[in-house]
Design a protein around this ligand. Sequence first.
Ligand code: PLP
Length: 395
Amino acid sequence: MQVAARMLRLGSESAFEVLARAKALEAEGKTIINLGIGQPDFPTPPHVVEAAIKALRDGHHGYTPANGILPLREAVCAEIHRRYRQTVSPERIVIVPGGKVTMATAIMMFGEPGTEIMYPDPGFPIYESLVHFTGAKLAGYPLLEKDRFAFRAGDLLARITPQTRLLIINSPANPTGGVAPAAEVKKLVEGLQNFPHVTVLADEIYSRLVLDGDGTYASFIPYLDQLQDRLIILEGWSKTYAMTGWRLGWGLWPAKLVDLATKLAINTHSCVNAATQYAGIAALEGPQDAVEEMRQAFRRRRDLCVAGLNRIPGLSCIKPEGAFYAFPNISKTGLTARQIQDELLEKAGVATIAGTSFGRHGEGYLRLSFAASDEAIAEALDRIAAFLSNRAPKQ
Ligand code: PLP
């Protein structure tokens, strides 16, 4: 048997591997604190759950249009208008089973041998995996601690080549929590006027998780006019409404790409399950208190986590401005990112993810998700401190 060569180029997400190992250790009777996986530890708001149950009771059991039911796409457009004062047609929205599917659709749409796709490094590992899958050139761009892990527009523009077809941006970012300042977003959009062959995929899945101030977010959506026909927005419900397991996301597509995105949906998943789509409407149209409560909780835990990490000799951590990840610098420990990930899990019972799981520029860093209880974070920090002090050479 021989599988297609492209299958062998697929990467993975270490978070799922670490989760499996953590479960195995738990089955052996160890207590593991899981700061590895990236999902809110809150339940989905009850009114959202009720809407799905009602949809099932009301008989919404069948296929839906591949691009999603119209009332959901209209609710997304109303949300876009509420947040960014932009009017878009529901025809440009494609509902998908999770934000990841918009990512896969866009990368498969643009990537092929002889082309280049730019993506953040460190960044969500599926970008690189899928770019590799398509045969496009891997054009990772570094995000650096000295820039608070935000992109610099000038750097990105300088990296564009005639072969660049797609530029992937992610803010707030996984795994660093970096948030692009509004001025850099504007500068990038202005600079892209010189590169009309480049389409932007803005992964805004954490847009409601800007942790400081009132949460105001520098989206690409206000630049729909300037980036006519070449801006794709990846958004969804997973992180905002604690709905990772429901599998629901939305993409805003240039009008001329909607049919292609929909055709890929028809060829793969047909549609998102109907009840989940009704839950999505309830989430967007219902009370938003739970969203704000989660944001406040993540801010408090971020502060706890960062302060605790900075008290541990050998570690230093800048304050992540968004999402729910801390990305401490571990280079002074003398361990590689992979070593510290493995040893913390096996010896200290703390699941974290090596920075290198997110690209080579992640060496020297570790990702900790602070989507966990205050007690779990405090206990994990104690265990990490004890582990590192036991390893340190005694004077
Ligand atoms: N984009 C980023 C940056 C993420 O971190 C994730 C999930 O971790 C996703 C997209 C995918 O989200 P979903 O679970 O909705 O597919």
